[in-house]
Structure formats: structure tokens, C-alpha cells
Write a protein that binds this ligand. Sequence first.
Ligand code: COA
Length: 697
Amino acid sequence: MLQHFFNPSSVAVVGASQNPAKIGHDILNNIVRYGYGGAVYPINPRAQEILGHKAYPDLATVPSKIDLAVVAVPAPAVMDVLEQCGKNGVDSVIVITAGFKETGPEGARLEERLATQAREFGIRILGPNCLGVIDTASALNASFAAGMPLGGHIGFFSQSGAMCVAILDWALGENVGFSRFVSLGNKMDISETEIMLSMGQDENTRVILGYLESIEDGPRFMKAAHHVSKTKPIIIIKSGTTSAGAKAASSHTGALAGSEHAYRAAFKQSGIIHAESMQALFGYAIAFANQSLPEGPSLAIITNSGGPGILAADASDRSSLHLTPIRKETADRLREFLPPTASLYNPIDIIGDASHERYEKTLKVILKDQLIHAVLILLTPTAAVDAESVAREIAGLAKDADKPIVTAFMGEKRVRGARKIFQDHAIPTYDYPEDAVAALNAMLRYRQWLEKPEKQYRRFEANTGKVRKVFASVIKQHRHDLIESEARQILKAYGFRLPENRIARTTREAVATASEIGYPVVMKIASPDVLHKSDMGGVRVGLENEAMVEDAFFEITSNIQLRQPRARILGVMVQEMIQRGREVILGITRDIQFGPMIMFGLGGIYVEVLKDVAFRIAPLSVEEADAMIRDIRSFPLLRGVRGEAPADIEGILDGLLRLSQMAIDFPEIIEADINPLLVCPEGQGAVAVDARITIHE
Ligand code: COA
């Protein structure tokens, strides 16, 4: 896939220059100096030879086939070069040139023309406005980056060229090897999805890293990530997730950034490891590239001081890792050589006077314990310890270890040498214990992702014909918001349980209906024009008798007449009152990049004040629906606290899955709320009490 971009037999640099100040010179220089073995053709109308290679005035004069063209001529000349590429059978082109979509509408139009031309010629384009590509296996550095990374197993793609440069510099400084570097630029043609898929197939790439500001086709991206992440970890940092950041993202590459909830959900659902910071991205990358995944959650911490051990223990508590107590056999073996003041619990504190031998012996014992799945070694540079000797001992043992080992040697001057030893031996090392724990936790979560069974989907019978009819009538009336009775029909068509409900036009009708339904009842204004019924004084609950129903009828109708005089009033809805239910909210929204999203939260203040909600992209699998219910902080309230009966979680799950199916079946639904869904005690289901649905043609 995209082979000519990474392993071409020949490369032309269009805009190659003899002038070392030009980008075209740098690119050619990078191709030549890092040992690329294929044919190299500088293209320049004025030069005879550049950097020892014969130059050609244009692509047509090159005597043999060109697999890849790297274009670094000014923007107005790029169209012409592309045409030359098309006419001369070049099918893969990297456009370094800036001055397209990222500059505004005129640049966007130029880019559009470029895209059309490329499609006509069947040319694949990386960029424009990119730094280029590096592939260490084929020794190709078709970029203007300063330097060439060591060979290795990390593939990196980035929407920002600057981020490529920064990562490259970090890699060179830390001795971290890379398989590929890809700068995506404006993603006019080749997007993150294709690059991810190509890295998935690349045998030199074991870990995929990405920096993204936007995602081109959310559903396709998720599908590809889901597929690739089942064999290789994908770690992504996404900028522009807050609204302020999103603005920055669009002015940067002219891209539209999606909402944070959507990204988080999409990453979670497709197995992507989300790095929250650059530090985390680097930290995870070295752990994944160099260590095996932990078999399970049990972590052992070895430390020569209490404080860092506690910090690591706290961080582990907040993660999915467990600091399991050291079992007796292992503790007995440690006791043979550790001083009596040492702590044999986890963290294992081998105390301040520990030497490198003590570290070595302790690690040896811990590595043999099959109940421990990962080891974190901490060190503070006391006078008694030579950090470099400790690092060498660890490196010696890590070679044959069957569990991941990470380290955090705190300090700077006296641990610098040790860190270098770790880098040379591919042992992940971090400045602080929390970062080390975070990396191990990411590895554990990835292992859990790999072990997850195939997603299971549930399909319900639904009266889609009825829904279509209701929507058509709403659109015909030039409305977008459904009135309550319409929304009820939609929910009914999807098998939701609804409270009994009838419209009464007079107090007498209201009283008669209430006694048929059975007390207590709820009454609500029935009007196509009142959307926020409670806010308008259009709802009364807990009406226990005739007198209360009569009063409520007058009160509700006069509230609406007073507050919304133009509202058409059809009457008052008399509704069965569901008791002993807990209020939750289910909803549909649409994300510009990922499509339909399903929301879940507890009702009232939990949603409004605490914003304690969970999102997932539809369609939801059964496991995803279940996970989103458990994701919210207030989940224990549903399980039942202080002797309360647990709520019917299965009823919520059922509702979420039905809603998800509805969101997929009807893309015209742009927003919907079931608020509240009253969840009865376990085994008794849930009732959709009120719903708001907004559609678009
Ligand atoms: N075919 C072949 N060579 C051509 C050409 C063509 N159609 N048109 C121009 N050239 C040659 C020029 O003669 C020049 O060579 P010379 O120095 O020997 O005269 C060379 O190509 C470059 O053209 P020049 O006009 O000097 O442009 P430049 O080097 O100043 O700028 C870019 C070209 C592409 C670097 C510049 O337009 C640009 O986009 N810079 C920003 C790049 C960037 O930031 N990308 C994103 C990174 S993340």
C-alpha cells in the first residue's frame, strides 16, 4: 500500500536547487546523503548537475520511470508539475509546497483544482504543505527535516510538520529508532487513515504514533483503527479538542476539528491509545516499542526511598494496575538478603543504603515471581548508590525478562549516565514515577483491548415505515422539532415502553382520563410550540385526586397563555406517573466528523451541573453500551446505595441500543433526548417519559 512513497525505485526532486538555502536543495541532500539506493533525478530548468546527480529540465526528459516525485516549487507552478507527472506516468507525489487550503479561500480553490487534476491522472498525493516522508528501511529521507532517525519500529504520522521535526529531534537525542515518518500536511488526498493502514501492513513498524488536528472521515478512520489496533498499538495525540484549541486547529491547517467527546469515544471504541500530552506520547512510544505487554495487572515497585514509592503507588491506584501484596515465598526469598528495615510489601522499599547489588538481587527474585506482571524500578541518587551500576544490572536482567520493566531514576546530574544506559538498552526510563506508571497502564489497557471479544450488536424490530411517515409530515409542515405526540410515536416504533398518555381538552376530560389511567398522574401542556414545557410552567406531577387534576389543568393552561401567548394549545396531556424510577437521560447528537453519537447520564443535576455523561459513537455494541453506563461517576447510584434496590441496568442498556439503531437508521435525526427515561428497580425495565427529537431534511 502506497509503496512508492516508502520504497520507490527512483525519486525525482522537482525544484531541486544548487542553492543550499533552498528547501529543494535540502530534500535532495537528504535523499542523497542518507544512503537511499534507488535512482535520483534532480529536476531544475537551469542546472546541469546538483549534488553529484545529473539534473533534468523537466520530468519528460528523464530517461527512465519515476516512482516518486517530491515537489518543492512555488505554489503557482505546482499544477504544471502535476500535469507533467501525469503525462510521464508518475503515480506518487509528495507536495512540499505551502500556500494552499491553509492560507484561505483562494488557496483552497487552488488545492481543489490540484485534487481534481490528481484524480484525473490517477496520481496519489501526500500534502500539500508537508515536510515529506522518511523510511529508514529503504534509507529514504524525502523530506527537508534536519537529520535522519535511527532504524527502529515506531512509525509516526503527523498533521503538523513542526511536530515531525520536534519528534525527530527527540528521537535523535534519546536514541529512539523509527521505521517511518510521514508528514500529512493538508491531507488533500492521502489521509491519516491510509497512512495508518499502510503502517499496519509495514513489517518494520510495530508501534504507530500519530499527531492529529482533525480527522477526515470519522467512520472510515474508526474502522481502519479498529482493524490495525488488533495487531499493532496506535497511540495518538489529538490537539484542538477544546473549543479554543479547535479554533487554533482550523487556522493551522484549515481543517474542522470535532468535539472532544467524539474523539474520546471514537478512540476508545477503536482501540486507539489516547496520549493526553506530548510527554505521554513519547513515554508510551518507548514503552510499547521496547517492552512486552504485561500479562495482567499486577505491578511490583522496587524503590530505595519511600516518597517516590508512594507517588508511584498513588498513580497505580488511579490506574488499572494493581499493587498486589508480595506473596510469602517471594517475600521469604527477599528476606534472605534484605535488611530487616526493608519493606517487603509492595512497594518493595530496599531502603536508602541500597547498592546496585541489592537492586540486582531484588529484581532477580521479582522477575521469577509469575504472579507479578510488570516491574517499576525507582531510584533516588543517595550517596550509597551508583546509579549507573544499577542501570547496568537492570539492563543485564531485562534482556531475558518475560515481563515489562520500566524505570524512573529521579534527579538529574547523578542519574544522567544511568538514563543513557537505559536508552542504549531500550529500557524505558522516565523522569518521574507517575509517567512510568502511566506508560505501563497504557500497555495493560492495550492488552485488555486485544483480549476483548468481537463486538456483538443487537438488532431490534422497528416500525421504520411509521417513523418515515411522521418525519415526512413534520417536514411538510416546515418544522424540525417534533411535538410530544410525534416523538412518542417514534419511540413506540422502536419498541420503547411509554407511560399511558392521553390528551384532555377540558377539565372534565382530564378528570375522566386520570381516573381511567389511575392516580397519581402527571399533566403536561400539549402544544406544538412549547418545547421547554417545565420551564414554562407546563408540567405538574404527583396529582393524586380530582381536585388536584382540575387545579393543574387551569394552572398549566394559564401559565402557557401568560408566558407564551402565541403558543397553540391542543389541551393537556394526562399521563401515568411512574413511581420508584430513577431518572436518566439518553440522547443522540451528531458529530461533524464521526456522525451519530449516543449520550447517557443521570438526570437532573448530574447532567446539568456535574456534566456527568458518557458518549459513544453509534452503532453501539452491547459491550460499549454497557461500558458507557458504567463510565459515569455516579454509576454507584444506579447500582443502589444505602439499601436502595439496584436500578434496572438492562433496561438502560436496551434503551441505548434501540436509540443507537434509530440514529443509524435515520440520519435525519440530528438531535434527540429521552429525558427522563425512568429506570425501574432491577428486572422491571425502563419507561421513556418524555422525548424531544429534532430532524433535518
Ligand atoms: N520545475 C523545476 N524546477 C523549478 C520549477 C519547475 N516548474 N519552478 C521553479 N523551479 C526551481 C527554481 O528555479 C528553483 O531552483 P534554483 O534555486 O536553482 O533557481 C527551485 O525550483 C525552487 O524555486 P524557487 O522559486 O526558488 O522557490 P523557493 O525554493 O523559494 O520556494 C517552496 C519553493 C516550495 C519551498 C516554497 O514555495 C514553499 O512552499 N515553502 C514552504 C514549504 C513549507 O513550509 N511546507 C510545509 C512544511 S510542514
